[in-house]
Each structure stands twice: as C-alpha cells, then as structure tokens.
Write a protein of this length. Structure first.
Length: 118
C-alpha cells in the first residue's frame, strides 16, 4: 500500500503565498511522476503541475506556481505565489509508482483545502 499525506493548505489573502507538501510512504518502489491536481466546488478536477521526466504547468498557474520534489524523502512540493481567488480549491497530490513503468499505478492523497479570500 502507498500512502500520501498532504499538508500546507489554508486560508490566504489574494496576492499571498502558500507551500503545499505531499509525502509518500509505504510500498514505494520507483516513482515515475508526481503531480498536483485541484478541484474547485462544482468543477472537474484539473491538473495543476507535474514533475517527472519533464515539468509541466496549467496555463492558469504558469509563472506563479512552482513544483519541486525531494527524491530522498519521496516528497513533492507546490509553491504557490500571487494567489488569486480563482485558485480556491481542494488540492490533491498524485503519484505514479511501481516496480516498473508498465506495471505502475496512480495513487491519490486525501486533499488539502486552499482558500484565497480577503
């Protein structure tokens, strides 16, 4: 089993910053990709940023958010700057892990709430 524990969410004013963390533990073999998704109320879950062979960002967060990882700690981070009310959502950590790429599975964290409001 793989467990993902997220932290760092909360309430922040527009223009503020937050840093999310997600630590993976359990039966971790190779981690091929780590990512952050978010889901706003009444909307579909969307990819925010991912890091693996390449680093990719949603257009809406480019230049404001930065994803990074600590391979030794099996942890992925999301630094969020210049936050806007539109960034309000539940943020989910996601990893692709397995003994090989073709036998790997996706795992999800429980989500952490980010609210941007004055």
């Amino acid at each position: 089993q793989v467990q993902l524990v997220e932290s760092g969410g909360g309430l922040v004013q527009p223009g503020g910053s937050l840093r999310l963390s997600c630590a993976a533990s359990g039966s971790i073999f190779n981690i091929y990709n780590m990512a952050w998704y978010r889901q706003a109320l009444g909307k579909q879950r969307e990819l925010v940023a991912s890091i693996g062979g390449t680093t990719d960002y949603a257009d809406s967060v480019k230049g404001r958010f930065s994803i990074s990882r600590d391979k030794a700690k099996n942890t992925v981070y999301l630094q969020m700057n210049s936050l806007e009310p539109e960034d309000t959502a539940v943020y989910y950590c996601n990893i692709r892990s397995g003994t090989s790429y073709h036998s790997s599975s996706y795992y999800w964290g429980q989500g952490t709430q980010v609210t941007v409001s004055s």
